[in-house]
Design a protein around this ligand. Sequence first.
Ligand SMILES: Cc1cc2nc3c(=O)[nH]c(=O)nc-3n(C[C@H](O)[C@H](O)[C@H](O)COP(=O)(O)OP(=O)(O)OC[C@H]3O[C@@H](n4cnc5c(N)ncnc54)[C@H](O)[C@@H]3O)c2cc1C
Length: 431
Amino acid sequence: MFHSTQSGFDCVIVGAGISGILTAARLHQATPSRKILLVEKESHIGGRITARSLHQRLFPIFGVTAPLFQFVNQTLRLDPENPDLESFIPLPQEEEVGFFCGGDLYRLSRKRLLHESVLKMLAGPQVARQWDELQTLWQPVEKEVTEGESAPAGSKKKLNEKNRAHQALHVLFQLADSASIWGLAEETWPARAQALCEIRIRGNWEPALQQLLPAEGGSLQVSPNTHVLGAKRKDGKWILSTNHGPIESQGLIVAQSPWQALEWLDRDEFPSTLFQRASKTQPVSTVLLSEKITRMDSSLPSLLFIPAQAASVVSSETELVFYTHIEYETSLDAPSVVKAIRRLRRAREKVRQKFPNLLSEGEYVALRTIGSTAPHRLAEKRICEKIKETVFPKQSLAFCGDAYGDADNPDENLIRSVLAAVALQATPLSF
Ligand SMILES: Cc1cc2nc3c(=O)[nH]c(=O)nc-3n(C[C@H](O)[C@H](O)[C@H](O)COP(=O)(O)OP(=O)(O)OC[C@H]3O[C@@H](n4cnc5c(N)ncnc54)[C@H](O)[C@@H]3O)c2cc1C
């Protein structure tokens, strides 16, 4: 650990989550002689993808979409000596999703989540009447319009809280990735509906990400347990204050959400759109409850939804994780979190009754204050649309992560912003 000023770095990356690690690995590959320092406040790498409880228990619920999986693999294979990502995290075949409704268990493939039968199950047979109208909500808007024909109807329809079909859709999205769908920008529907049905690849990401980082020494260094407390620009350099003393660097990459960065990066250094993203848009928080599996029941689907408790359950070979999403603002309030934990416990009771052969022990609870950062509401969408690479006017400062960009799929934002940060920092600095 450093106590006097650490200087001579060409670039410091703050945050060793998946975006910081990918950026570090790619930048190191592009400019092997550049001195890069990757700092992380926790003792372990991986950030939200390797979320842990206070007891250091892992919550292996994170699932990436196929494009992010390919991107990590491609980064890993920039060094041909590295193994394929599939040797760490095998690609799943077909993800089976289970629904607990009215005491019955329904099973289907994730690809069929947006199906009339699912919505009927969630909202009753009334859905049938509204099914056609509902379908138009997630049809791509850019259908070719022939002369004399008007644009397809329905694409501008608003979701209505009194409509049973929309209510069912709300439950479905709540289980899958949102706290609420009311007020959601309608043009985001096709992409969001598609993302909902995409297979997610889960696994223990830590060893795979570790492989991207070189061993001790060399021009890329990793510093865990290093909390960045402030950052200022002075005489053409960044001066970062940390719990282990100051660090000096030419370039700075912020590899974490703008909500986190706001705590330490001087407001004047924040591009205004990113400041708006942090102050005017709200991410979703996730409350988790995990147990260690001592005896598995092979009939348990890997992903199980319990609509009555707005809870989802994922299982790996060793862990059973119950989780629910709540609005970020609500999650700052202890009683709401306690209520969410109670819901998760009720969901656990249902699972225990339905799968008596499944045995688990221990109870570990965690709150991720920023579980998901996809833009939801119309005003938020507009702010996100302004976040392009051009909002980073200084060559010495870049931002990357799932909240930087206008894509409705957070993984897409992550990939694009990592590539942009590497491109910006890999070009020679002109101070
Ligand atoms: C429960 C859960 C489920 C999710 N499921 C999905 C999903 O299914 N699909 C999907 O696309 N996304 C999902 N997400 C979002 C996903 O986790 C993120 O897209 C991804 O992990 C973001 O990676 P990141 O590197 O940008 O940020 P992070 O993982 O947040 O990494 C930021 C890092 O910076 C560190 N840090 C913060 N402040 C400081 C500081 N001051 N000094 C030093 N270090 C600091 C943090 O400790 C952290 O390690 C989920 C998130 C959670 C919590």
